[in-house]
Design a protein. Structure first.
Length: 89
């Protein structure tokens, strides 16, 4: 009986730890996205922080810039290709 209860709590807390870690990793990714949006917001029309601050924080953006570049390379954007044919600016 005691072993069953011990196994139950071990499984319960193990699942709790697993889900907690997943939630923290998700929150970290979202905070990185917000950080990237703050620094690169001028490209999408969001007011950005002062340029000197952006330049000091830019070295921390290497991973984010690489991910954005990979998404562009890996994406098959048919509408973008059509817009490029018609030189829509």
């Amino acid at each position: 009986m005691f072993e069953n209860l011990k196994a139950f709590f071990k499984g319960f807390f193990g699942a709790f730890k697993t889900h907690s870690t997943e939630y923290l990793e998700f929150e970290e990714r979202e905070l990185e996205n917000v950080f990237a949006l703050l620094l690169m917001g001028a490209f999408v029309g969001i007011p950005s922080p002062p340029t000197t601050l952006v330049m000091r924080l830019m070295p921390h953006m290497v991973r984010e810039i690489y991910i954005m570049q990979q998404r562009v390379v890996d994406m098959d954007d048919i509408f973008g290709e059509i817009a490029a044919l018609f030189e829509i600016t």
